[in-house]
Design a protein around this ligand. Structure first.
Ligand SMILES: C[C@H](O)[C@H](O)[C@H]1CNC2=NC(N)=NC(=O)C2=N1
Length: 112
């Protein structure tokens, strides 16, 4: 199987499948620094990234924005002094799709 960070998002509509509990468990092993969180009943993936200052957090935010535009899949990003909090979920299905795990893995790759 290709590494998650080498995969691409598939076009996704309201009929697309949410990840099953088994898929969730196995996909989480590929992005161990992310946490599944539930916000208003919607499951999401979240990770906090720490930086030395606001500028570095902002530069990272913009790089995440570039991969989001390239893959047409978009996160919530909260950018603060020394920190960016990235949250991925699939709006179209109000939950987690494989695409969110691909994007989390690509997000991790930005800092490698
Ligand atoms: C038409 C367009 O591709 C869709 O609206 C995309 C845009 N980016 C998206 N991003 C996320 N995270 N979930 C979506 O369902 C989604 N839909």
């Amino acid at each position: 199987m290709a590494a998650l960070n080498q995969e691409h998002c598939e076009a996704c509509n309201a009929d697309a499948p949410k990840v099953s509990d088994d898929e969730l468990a196995s996909l989480m092993r590929e992005i161990p620094e992310w946490t599944p969180v539930t916000d208003d009943g919607v499951m999401m993936l979240r990770r906090e990234f720490k930086f030395k200052n606001f500028r570095q957090a902002l530069e990272f935010t913009n790089k995440v924005g570039e991969i989001a535009e390239a893959e047409k899949h978009h996160p919530e990003i909260i950018t603060e002094w020394g920190k960016a909090t990235v949250t991925w979920w699939t709006h179209a299905i109000n939950g987690l799709h494989k695409n969110d795990f691909v994007m989390a893995a690509k997000t991790d790759e930005i800092l490698k």
